[in-house]
Design a protein around this ligand. Structure first.
Ligand code: IYR
Length: 222
């Protein structure tokens, strides 16, 4: 017999309640916007801890939970991350990205200046672990690492949004400098840098970001 525990049923609810909850959650999550101008107003550590705990509940390959969240608040580390990110973005925007990619980004108005990395109170560098398993000291193969970390990051962003915290997912490429700055081993792959804080008073949202594909464009019902 495989190891197992009894299935815990979901709490009782009517379909009407379930529909209302689904719609309420959609209404809430649909207001999440990526923020590219942060203030230095503080955000309590407890919120970041809760968001990481929520991320840690994500489904993952063989339940190995192949993620590590390096939380950065120190000004020196933030500066090092900004410098590493801007060095890569300078090359990216100077041509490495290629014409098609730069054209796709034009409506967002992004460039190589990432000053907000130093301004926002928290940075969360998210790493995927190719090996590790479940218990400390395990050295087992992990599975579906990118998918698992992607889902966990989604839960992290949703929790921060629920708490009223603005976020930015940042993916300078390559991001190996994050291993050095965050003291993470070479077999961990940096997947995402999440910037978290309050929006600057002059923060804006590009109209492009408000365009979401309608249900019939993103789904088929067979
Ligand atoms: N990492 C760069 C470029 C960038 C790429 C994509 I795809 C975006 O959706 C946004 C930005 C930057 O942060 O500027």
């Amino acid at each position: 017999m495989p190891p197992s525990t009894a299935w815990r049923p979901y709490p009782q609810a009517s379909d009407a309640e379930r529909i209302a909850r689904a719609q309420d959650f959609y209404d809430h999550i649909a207001t999440r916007r990526t923020c590219r101008a942060f203030s230095d107003a503080p955000v309590p550590r407890e919120i970041i801890e809760a968001a990481i705990r929520a991320a840690g509940t994500a489904p993952s390959g063989a339940n190995h939970q192949p993620w590590h969240f390096a939380v950065v608040a120190s000004p020196e580390k933030k500066r090092a991350i900004r410098e590493g990110a801007e060095a890569e973005e300078r090359e990216f925007y100077a041509g490495k990205a290629g014409k098609e990619w730069l054209e796709a980004l034009a409506p967002l108005g992004t460039d190589e200046n990432k000053g907000y990395i130093e301004v926002a109170p928290w940075l969360i560098a998210i790493f995927g672990q190719r090996r590790g398993g479940l218990k400390p000291g395990d050295d087992r193969q992990n599975y579906y690492v990118t998918e698992s970390v992607g889902i966990a990051t989604g839960l992290l962003l949703a929790t921060l949004h629920a708490a009223g915290i603005a976020t930015l997912t940042h993916t300078p490429n390559p991001m190996r400098f994050l291993n050095d700055v965050c003291d993470r081993p070479a077999n961990e792959k940096p997947i995402m840098l999440v910037v978290a804080g309050h929006p600057a008073s002059d923060a804006t949202i590009p109209l492009h970001a408000l365009e979401k594909k309608p249900l019939d464009q993103i789904s088929s019902w067979i």
